[in-house]
Ligand binder design. Structure first.
Ligand code: NIG
Ligand code: FE
Length: 416
């Protein structure tokens, strides 16, 4: 085999390749990288001869390596924040009441419309760097706080720029159907038409959206309205996602499945029929325990039914100012286990392999051919990634074969 550019040795691997070993684990392993892709991931003793010649070698000091984390559902570009709304909710107001009064998402819309692209990038970059320092190498970023064509496109441009500035792989999603903007009150149909006939084709034409999402909920859009947005996305050849059955059972899971959506997300109130439809359509469930926790929702998604029917489960932060101000991917893993009762292995697969599938990126596993996004963690076992609350065990992050300077990795101050 020809020489690698980078060779990571003296590590244990959580390859996350499905198979017999939990976590796809390989003890005493090595990873070889060439031109940004993995060319070998396996037991060190099986390293093909010639690979090490000329390679930069990294001694992992017995740490664990996982694929780079993939946070497949965030709203990390926004103006302002909603700490005051948090205080109101704690004195008794509900998320839905605040939304119906014109607060909630719409208050973030006002702050986002008032922000320039540079301001949006600057505030979001700080948040993205926190995720990146905690092991995220791919992130999905939604629009949805603009709700007019210019601001929705500005959000998507800001998201693209964040990718260029930080080096984190960014996938963008147009979420024009997130809430009904004030100026369209009483004219719902006209707004859905604006999303379907203007925002979706324009975002597609400009190459600014990699997918289209909608919020199917009593306080947002009906299944029929979401279907109109989906029809436009299908026409534009963009993959679909759906905020489905978060606060009530709207038949969102079944709608997402009917359209062959990549994922249905949230799903606290998904019905058994919805789960079956998702399984048949191979639509993944994206679980967002940060939102359930922060909204103090007693409902949990039907995890046992997802397992029984073989619906892949992803886990994401849902980072947003209203329902999940969660800047910590490992925090999402912890909540997924403690609140939703996933196993640590399911949770980690949900933020690596399954999430990569939702976004359509060739990452999320350590195997030849995959993008060389790796994280070396200062832990004694991969279950610890979902176990500690707080702390920053990420020691080194490698993105597409490039080692990120340790100063940019939270907790990367440990002597090597
Ligand atoms: O994923 N559910 C809808 N959208 C976001 C919340 C948006 C907000 O409250 O600002 C979510 O939870
Ligand atoms: Fe969301």
């Amino acid at each position: 085999m020809v020489g690698a550019d980078l060779l990571v040795r003296n590590v244990h691997l959580a390859t996350m390749v499905p198979g017999d070993a939990p976590y796809g684990a390989v003890r005493h392993g090595a990873v070889a990288v060439r031109d940004g892709r993995i060319v070998f991931a396996g037991p060190d003793r099986d390293l093909p001869s010639g690979v090490a010649a000329g390679a930069r070698e990294m001694d992992g000091g017995g740490r664990w390596v996982t694929p780079g984390l993939v946070d497949c559902h965030t709203h990390l570009v926004f103006g302002g924040n909603r700490a005051a709304e948090f205080e109101r909710r704690l004195s008794g107001a509900t998320y839905e009441e605040i939304a119906r009064e014109g607060g909630g998402i719409l208050s973030t819309v006002a702050a986002t419309r008032a922000a320039s692209q540079e301001e949006l990038v600057a505030s979001a970059e700080a948040r993205l760097l926190l995720l990146a320092g905690r092991g995220v190498t791919t992130v999905e970023i939604k629009s949805g706080y603009g709700l007019d064509p210019a601001t929705e496109l500005r959000m998507l441009r800001a998201a693209r720029e964040l990718g260029t500035r930080t080096g984190v792989r960014v996938r963008t999603t147009l979420l024009g159907a997130h809430a009904l903007p004030e100026e369209y009150r009483g004219r719902r149909d006209d707004y859905v038409t604006l999303v379907a006939e203007e925002m979706v084709p324009e975002a597609a034409r400009l190459g600014l959206a990699d997918a289209v999402d909608a919020f199917c909920e009593g306080i947002a859009f009906s299944p029929d309205e979401c279907a109109r947005v989906f029809d436009a996305a299908v026409k534009a050849a963009l993959p679909l996602r759906l905020h489905a059955d978060q606060l009530s059972d709207q038949g969102g899971a079944a709608l997402a499945a009917r359209y062959g959506a990549r994922s249905a997300d949230h799903l606290e109130h998904a019905s058994d029929d919805g789960v079956r439809a998702m399984a048949a359509a191979r639509t993944a469930a994206v679980l967002l325990p940060g939102a359930a926790h922060f909204l103090r929702d007693a409902h949990v998604p039907p995890v046992e039914a997802f397992r029984r029917h073989g619906v892949p489960m992803a886990v994401a932060t849902d980072l947003n100012p209203g329902s999940s101000p969660l800047l910590d991917p490992l925090g999402a893993l912890s909540l997924a286990c403690v609140v939703f009762r996933l196993t640590p292995e399911e949770a980690l697969a949900g933020m690596t392999r399954v999430a990569a599938g939702v976004l359509g990126v060739e990452a999320g596993v350590l195997r030849p051919g995959a993008v060389a996004d790796l994280v070396l963690w200062s832990v004694g076992h991969p279950a610890e990634l979902a176990y500690w609350m707080g702390g920053s065990p990420a020691w080194r992050v490698v993105r597409a074969g490039s080692v990120i300077p340790p100063a940019q990795v939270a907790g990367g101050v440990e002597a090597s």
